[in-house]
Design a binder for this molecule. Structure first.
Ligand code: SF4
Length: 118
């Protein structure tokens, strides 16, 4: 049995997960997202990855970026490596692709805000 806190929303439900003959028994979750998260944590944990990259010619020097969806935990450092040396040029729009298919995950790093030209 394993205890965990669901990180899918601010409620932070405390859950327990137990392996059974049929799969996993999850208790303490308020909604189905918690159950899915708990099973993912037991089988193939994933995380959103956030960082920032420099912007040339913009009203901000940096733009925050994140993976478009969660990626396997074991790819986090490789994904962060893929941002090394990356620079954007203003204007940057929220949702612009910063690195495509980071770490071979099939997931892009995207900008999370607008940076206007100055
Ligand atoms: S189980 Fe549902 S309500 Fe509870 S923290 Fe997770 S997403 Fe939020």
């Amino acid at each position: 049995m394993r205890e965990m806190i669901c990180i899918c929303c601010p409620m932070g439900c405390r859950m327990t997960v137990e392996k059974t003959a049929d799969g996993y028994l999850v208790t303490g979750n308020t909604c189905p997202r918690g159950k899915a998260y708990a099973i993912d944590e037991m089988t193939a944990p994933k995380r959103m990855v956030t960082s920032s990259v420099p912007v040339d010619g913009g009203n901000f020097k940096m733009v925050s970026v994140k993976t478009a969806v969660s990626i396997p935990k074991e790819l986090i450092f490789k994904a962060l490596d893929s941002l090394k040396g990356v620079r954007m040029t203003a204007p940057v729009k929220e949702g612009d692709v910063v690195v495509k298919n980071t770490a071979g995950s099939g997931v892009d790093f995207i900008a999370t805000r607008n940076v206007d030209k100055c």
